[in-house]
Write a protein that binds this ligand. Structure first.
Ligand code: BGC
Length: 920
């Protein structure tokens, strides 16, 4: 009976394993076929998705000339070239990224099988292997009802700041009356859910769905459950945790969102029988529910308590007697639009082994993971029923070896496991994560051994797309620390930090950070989602919050944090060639700027600012924020310069969206601001801006406010500040650091940038590493500052460091006039003490590599440039005759064209392929 089902399953398996595929034609192959840039696009609710692919060839200088895409509703149709959904025909176009689906309007539930072939200047490919995406449920196709229980239970602690509820267990038994051809489950489980069918956990996602402001949108997830559903009786079951939905945890300040309500669920399972008939299993008032299961309590900040003696054997399987359970109630909807989650799920992305366990006092053990990580502990334990093992988490230790908890504020970060007794038990929590390196273990029966514990590293399943290594160990360590910090803080939104009672998606922390991060992680979908979060939080007047989703309800009206909205849209265009976010958010961006101008602009200056150059190195080691006016930058300088910069971005956006009138208006306003800024802040006698901090100079310089004739002088002020006053050290905070490394390099002082990056004394990233940091700190003086605000895993102080590492040190950069790496500019910065850089970046066009090495006077450079792109390559060389490629004079190398000599570089145009350049 299951024959068809098995075939479909086999197809599904093959297809799921299929991001990489082969075409018949030997020389040109196609891989990484993607719909909406997602590796696994299941249940997307976009009516006009975009398709992308990568072309591979051993030949050099390969350019796509045409493509042919077929999209079919069945694999059989696709195999016989029947594009019943879309047949693009041979389309003359070089586009291989974000090609709009142009077929029949897509309907809910459609599986879209697709393949492609391309024509290039070097020949034609065969058909790619097939891949697919599935369409989710458009709104009018939801029949399910929101269910839950809008109350707490006697064992819950429900109405104060530390409130946590027990998890709620839902089940529904139903018959599948006939042979099942296909079964799909759509679920929104708020705050967080785990889904089961017939006792089997569905999917490898954790802490799903991605958090949103649930009054604006809620995200549903789609799962293919065909293989799980059998003819006869079945059970669909789910556990709901509190997540950010029941969020009393935020009740410590009046303006924060205290809670959205009690956990609730919307679930629709659709069975398609082999005879073509269909049946829906929906959440409604007939489900059974209990809150009296093993997860006694849970929240993100305080931890999870699991009592294994309360487990309910068989609860998620057929035949369980649920008569003692309660019946679900139909509850109020959260209010938000039900949308497919288009960003990646969180998953357990890595498992690491602890490095030591020491007994601190009798029965109290301190375990060291060797790495500040985000996730949880999986534990094995054997002992008597009712034994309680308690785990507490911290980033650092006190001098006496105990956990240092002061910088976590009042987050309790405590997981408790109660043993059921008998055989060895393995446990890991479901609805919590911690930011920690050290774990305190108490109550463990016997002696806890290293092999009883594992660190489960949890973050959004974004592909790692970059690698970066140099001859300098400090730089490598900083990169490593950044890598751990960035990934740990991806939680369906970019968090500020993962450990204390905060964990909020602060806009300003990522405005440039997101750009650097894009070289390490494929973060396009996550940040596109975040822009939607920001837009959803915009008020009717146009205000943008400082935290979005706006769980904290913070509307401080400042240019710098709000500016992330535009800067990240710009990043998505630059790095991924994705214009949709700009198009989608342009009206709200415009409205925000109009609001800020009307409310705060006075004679073309904006004095309103909230955070200044947040977290500059302070004058004394215990301070969080400097009180020294000489170290701080005037908020009016920052806000006005940023408004000006926003207008530059808007001019560009307006041009891209073909709105010349808007562009002209932005340009005109920008000119006036520029004049006002220079008049107010530039002193024609000292030739300095404001109080001459690095930030006060770098913003106008970088944004193009400084008169051309003054640029060198202003730059000289920056150099003097850094080299003389700060003895080669950083003096900037979150704002100035975003522009520092690139500006130094652009103005010819890459050596200073290198010096700052490789410093190991205070203040520097290297100093953090030298003090044992394995992530990036919130404060330059994170080892000594007051714990009131001192996280050891914040990424905001990275500024533009990662951008600089890839774009300047490795020389991997998109040509700004051909965004999304459609063309590259490769100009490595070889100043400073580096002997080599080895970097790679898997862009949406394909893999880019840059490995360079300096040896005496020779410079060798191995390059990989993806097919269907080309690069302007800056080779440090005196003359073109000095350059060889694969051992031969470069003039005879295929794929290479001499363009010009420019300063210390010979500029070449290089087509796709692998190259080995060398100069003597
Ligand atoms: C957060 C920061 C944030 C800042 C702004 C801090 O508490 O952790 O990352 O940007 O506040 O005020």
């Amino acid at each position: 009976m299951h024959k068809n089902k098995r075939i479909l399953f086999a197809v599904v398996l093959v297809l799921n394993a299929l991001p990489y595929s082969f075409a018949q034609d030997k020389s040109i192959t196609l891989t990484n076929l993607r719909c909406e840039m997602l590796v696994n696009p299941l249940g997307i609710d976009v009516t006009n998705p975009r398709l992308s692919w990568e072309i591979h060839s051993k030949e050099r200088a390969v350019i796509q000339e045409a493509y042919h895409i077929i999209v079919s509703s069945s694999l059989a149709n696709l195999t016989s070239d029947k594009g019943d959904l879309w047949d693009s025909g041979k389309t003359l176009s070089g586009k291989s990224v974000h090609v709009d689906y142009g077929g029949v309007p897509l309907e809910s539930r459609t599986t879209c099988f697709w393949k492609i072939k391309v024509w290039t200047n070097k020949g034609m490919s065969g058909w790619s292997e097939p891949v697919y995406w599935t369409v989710g449920l458009f709104n009018y196709d939801w029949r399910a009802k929101w269910i839950g229980l809008d109350r707490s239970f006697p064992w819950d602690d429900a109405d104060n700041q530390f409130s946590r509820l027990s998890a709620r267990y839902f089940r529904k038994e139903f018959p599948a009356k006939k042979e099942v051809k296909r079964a799909t489950a759509y679920i929104v489980g708020l705050g967080l859910y785990e889904l089961y069918v017939n006792g089997k956990r569905i999917g490898d996602q954790v802490l799903a769905p991605s958090p949103t402001d649930y009054t604006h949108s809620v995200k549903y997830n789609t799962f293919d459950i065909t293989t799980e559903i059998k003819q006869g009786n079945n059970v669909i079951a789910a556990v709901l945790g509190n997540g950010r939905y029941f969020a009393m945890r935020q009740a410590y300040k009046p303006h924060k969102i205290h809670t959205f309500g009690f956990p609730k669920m919307l679930l629709q399972a659709e069975l398609e029988y082999t005879d073509g008939s269909r049946e829906l299993i929906i959440s409604d008032g007939t489900w059974k529910v209990t809150a009296d299961g093993p997860i006694r309590t849970n929240n993100e900040y305080d931890g999870e308590e699991y009592d294994a003696t309360m487990e309910i054997p068989g609860w998620n399987k057929t035949g369980f007697n649920d008569s003692a359970w309660l019946t679900t109630e139909l509850v109020e909807e959260p209010g938000g639009k039900v949308q497919a989650q288009m960003n990646e799920h969180m998953k357990v992305m890595e498992t690491i082994a602890p490095v030591s366990i020491k007994e601190l006092t009798p029965g109290t053990y301190i375990m060291d993971l060797g790495q500040n990580m985000v996730g949880w502990i999986r534990m094995q334990v054997k002992g008597k029923s009712g034994t309680r093992v308690t785990l507490r988490f911290a980033e650092t230790l006190r001098a006496d070896g105990a956990l240092y908890m002061d910088n976590l504020r009042d987050a309790k970060v405590t997981d408790v496991y109660t043993l059921k007794g008998g055989d060895q038990e393995t446990w890991e929590p479901s609805f919590v994560y911690h930011g920690f390196r050290y774990v305190e273990i108490t109550g463990y029966p016997g002696k806890p051994l290293l092999q009883n514990f594992e660190g489960r590293v949890v973050y959004d399943a974004l592909q790692t797309v970059g690698s970066f290594k140099t001859s300098n160990a400090t730089l490598n360590k900083i990169y490593q620390n950044a890598y751990w910090g960035i990934r740990g803080n991806y939680k369906g939104m970019p968090l500020d930090c993962p450990q204390r009672n905060e964990r909020q998606p602060w806009l300003g922390d990522r405005s440039t950070g997101a750009y650097g991060e894009s070289f390490i992680f494929a973060n396009a979908k996550l940040y596109a989602k975040w822009l939607d979060d920001i837009e959803e939080s915009q008020t009717a007047e146009g205000r943008i919050p400082d935290v979005a989703p706006n769980f904290w309800f913070y509307y401080k009206d400042n240019m710098t944090w709000g500016g992330a909205y535009l800067m990240i849209a710009d990043m998505l265009y630059k790095q991924y060639g994705d214009l949709r976010p700009i198009k989608r958010h342009y009206p709200s961006m415009k409205q925000w700027l109009v609001y800020m101008e009307a409310k705060y602009m006075d004679n073309y200056l904006i004095a309103k600012d909230s955070y200044g150059d947040w977290c500059v190195p302070p004058e004394s080691q215990e301070l969080i924020h400097s009180k020294d006016p000489a170290r701080k930058t005037d908020g009016e300088v920052i806000a006005t310069a940023y408004y000006y910069y926003m207008l530059q971005l808007m001019q560009n956006f307006a041009a891209l969206l073909d709105k010349p009138k808007d562009a002209a208006e932005y340009a005109a306003l920008a000119l006036k601001i520029r004049d006002a800024f220079n008049k107010k802040f530039f002193d024609p006698e000292t030739l300095q801006y404001s109080n001459n901090t690095v930030t006060a100079s770098i913003l106008p310089l970088r944004f193009g406010i400084v008169e051309e004739s003054m640029r060198e002088k202003v730059f000289a002020n920056i150099v003097e500040k850094i080299m003389v006053e700060n003895k080669g050290h950083i003096s900037t905070g979150v704002i100035g650091t975003q522009w520092l490394m690139r500006t130094l390099t652009e103005y010819g002082r890459a050596d200073i940038a290198y010096r700052i990056a490789s410093n190991q004394d205070y203040p520097s990233w290297g100093y953090m590493a030298k003090q044992g940091a394995t992530t990036i700190w919130e404060l330059w003086n994170g080892d000594t500052a007051n714990p009131a605000m001192n996280s050891h895993n914040h990424v905001m102080l990275l500024g533009d460091l990662i951008v600089w590492m890839y774009e300047d040190l490795a020389g991997i950069k998109t040509d700004p006039s051909h965004p999304g790496f459609e063309q590259l500019v490769m100009k490595p910065s070889v100043a400073g003490g580096l002997d080599f850089v080895e970097a790679s970046y898997h862009s949406i066009q394909g893999l880019i590599k840059s490995h360079w090495r300096k040896e005496g006077r020779s410079f060798s450079w191995m390059l990989t440039i993806p097919t269907n792109t080309k690069a302007t390559v800056y080779m440090p060389a005196l003359a073109v005759n000095n350059i060889t490629e694969s051992g031969k004079n470069v003039s005879s190398a295929s794929g290479v064209r001499f363009l010009r000599k420019e300063g210390d570089f010979v500029v070449l145009e290089v087509g796709s392929g692998d190259y080995a350049f060398k100069t003597q």
